[in-house]
Design a protein. Sequence first.
Length: 205
Amino acid sequence: MAMLSGKGQFWVCLVVVSLALQATAVCGDTARKLNVPGVPRFMQITPHLYRGGQPTEEGFRSLARMGIGIVIDVRFSRKRERDLVTRLGMQYVPMHWFCPFPKDKVFERFLLLLRRNPTTKVFIHCRLGDDRTGMMIAAYRMAEQGWTAQQAWQEMKASGFAPWHHLACPGLAHYEKEFPERYRTKKAFQELRLPDSKKEASADQ
């Protein structure tokens, strides 16, 4: 087996380090688990994006004290939650869908909302904070942060998506796997793919 010269070894090491740094840049921004009273499975995704399970009334008060500006509910719209969130000074945004049947349009709405509110703290929840919420965050990771489907899937599992979810949400794993291709090709995401869509979204504020 031929040995590399000192110069060759240097360039090999440089490539390896470069690839490692790129991987860290993509996956370094992993979710942080935080203890927030009244909010199960609470995690910080970015300084402006948070996730969790169904908050109690105390939980919504905790979110308001944290400075959350928008609460996204992927469950059925409930007047009591809407009224409480509004009374606490936050905006209530329903984005309902069934976990066995993910719809591109819901994810398009979610991603557009985040782009149009880049400095607003957003909290998204379902009932348990692991399946539907996990898929929404996975979509954000892939569309906005350049994660691969495998990287986003690993985070979904680490954040609570367990084997039994494959029975409750049989189509979710497949949708997650094919999301990068759907994002590149489906009409629902056309606006998000426009080169200047981020600038235009910011200009709308």
